[in-house]
Design a protein around this ligand. Structure first.
Ligand code: OMD
Ligand code: FE2
Length: 460
């Protein structure tokens, strides 16, 4: 499918699927063209400063309010509260294998994207509007065939497909998102996720999701001294164009609010927006477009240079959450240990691998995940360490091996019961052994010691 997109981060776009559907010169005429309903969706408080204010005006066949009462709905593995006893505190280095791909579904059977979500970890709670959740998904059934959609009042969703291209249908139009691309669907935008390839030969899909509970939205990281260009370029953020369907029959929109799921039934498709304008719209971004900047002299540059999207906190320079990537790139720092260094971070690091390998861990596989919580020591495994200290660093080397990513947050991450369960097939109980064989440094026997001339203090 060749879809058209509107390019530019933070742009004020307008799009109409039917010429003349978009009111000109005003948002809410007495009678909208074709008697469509005008509806505003706010992405920020009405009075948020212009630079961060987000809203969209939709012109639709029915107002969203035409639906049944909300009925509670259960979810087996979705968690939106990590406070109190709701989250499991973990200090260990942790790694998980990929979720198994689900076999091809027959008929109406199978698990769809929403039911296929499983929470791994998070912080804070949806209700407090502070914190985040990290989920995985695996699905083999479409939401559209089930006339099912989702709308998340709890926050924005950054979806990172790892296996299988997605067709994301939203109120504002459709986006095709392949592994290597990511998509952001913001708070309260109704959407459905399907495999982009349907029917015969359709693959099951797998990936990662970051859910941000904060009022602020993810935006490209500042460039600082890098200058006016590079890193994530505004023009590479692609938004959908208006698309609607005029379909009667039972449709269900599942909403999540305060961590609880409810269903509201409609007699028509919720994807009935004929035209829209505004600056609150889902977008996709191709990670291969990231213009990486790195050291051309010595030393390993901190991974903040690879930040694609960030959500600031009130503390200057300390993100509530960053989305950083480790893409294929040239490594050219001389006399340098080129892979990530050994370190302990004041931020928590959740990592995933989209394809290929990661230069600090031979044992990290595509689709897998790892967590190094605040202060937890980690770094290259033994094999990566040995290879790096022997590498010839007099010439550049291309790291073409893969694309990993990191959700980095100032919040301590707490585990879900699923992630903490060492008995699951995905929990990697061996992970911590990957550093066991690191040789201890040996100082020469006849080493001269620095003398400070002073006797150690003695207590009476
Ligand atoms: O731990 C990791 O693998 C992620 C990471 C990468 C890097 O280049 C520097 C620091 C860091 O935490
Ligand atoms: Fe790290």
């Amino acid at each position: 499918m060749r879809l058209r997109y509107l390019s530019g981060f933070g742009g004020h776009f307008e799009s109409e699927a039917v010429p003349g559907a978009l009111p000109r010169g005003q948002n809410s005429p007495q009678l909208v063209p074709f008697a469509l309903y005008a509806e505003q969706l706010s992405g920020t408080a009405f009075t948020a400063p212009r630079s961060i204010n987000r809203r969209v005006w939709m012109y639709r066949l029915d107002p969203s309010v035409k639906h049944s009462r909300h009925l509670p709905r259960a979810h087996a593995a979705l968690q939106s509260d990590f406070t109190g006893t709701a989250g499991i505190v973990a200090a260990d280095q942790l790694r998980w294998r990929p979720l198994p791909l689900l076999p091809g579904a027959v008929g109406g059977e199978g698990v769809d994207w929403l039911d296929g979500l499983v929470t791994m970890c998070g912080a804070g709670s949806a209700e407090s509007k502070e914190g985040l959740a990290i989920h995985l998904y695996a699905f083999n059934a479409g939401m559209r065939a089930r006339r099912r959609a989702f709308s998340n009042a709890d926050g924005d969703l950054l979806i990172v497909p790892q296996h299988g291209a997605l067709l994301v249908t939203t109120e504002l139009g459709r986006l095709e998102v392949e592994p290597g691309e990511v998509v952001v669907v913001q708070r309260n935008i109704t959407f459905a996720v399907d495999a982009a390839v349907c029917g015969e030969g359709a693959s099951s899909c797998r990936g990662y999701v970051l859910e941000t509970f904060y009022a602020a939205h993810l935006a490209p990281a500042e460039r600082g001294p890098v200058g006016a260009n590079g890193l994530a370029e505004e023009r590479d953020f692609l938004h959908p164009t208006a698309w609607y369907e005029d379909i009667t029959g039972a449709h269900v929109v599942t909403v999540k609010t305060g961590g609880r799921l409810f269903e509201r039934a409609r007699s028509h498709s919720p994807f009935d927006v004929v035209a829209w304008h505004g600056n609150y719209a889902p977008f996709k971004y191709d990670l291969a477009r990231f213009r990486a900047v790195n050291s051309v002299t010595v030393d390993h540059t901190d991974p903040s240079v690879f930040t694609v999207l960030t959500l600031p906190s009130a503390e200057p320079g300390s993100a509530a959450v960053d989305f950083a990537i480790f893409p294929p790139r040239w490594m050219c720092a001389e006399r340098t240990f080129r892979p990530p260094y050994f370190h302990r971070n004041c931020m928590a690091e959740f990592m995933g691998l989209i394809h290929g390998g990661y230069d600090a861990k031979v044992g990290f596989v595509a689709g897998g995940s790892s967590l190094h919580n605040i202060g937890t020591p980690h770094g290259p495994d033994e094999a990566s360490y040995r290879a790096a200290i022997e590498a010839d660093t007099s010439t550049p080397a291309k790291f073409a091996g893969g694309t990993a990513f990191m959700f980095e947050t100032r919040a301590p991450l707490r585990l879900s019961g699923f992630a903490a369960d060492e008995g699951t097939a995905i929990f990697d109980t061996e992970y911590r052994n990957c550093w066991d064989g690191l040789p201890r440094a040996v100082l020469p026997a006849n080493l001269e010691h620095m003398e400070d001339g002073a006797e150690p203090p003695r207590c009476a």
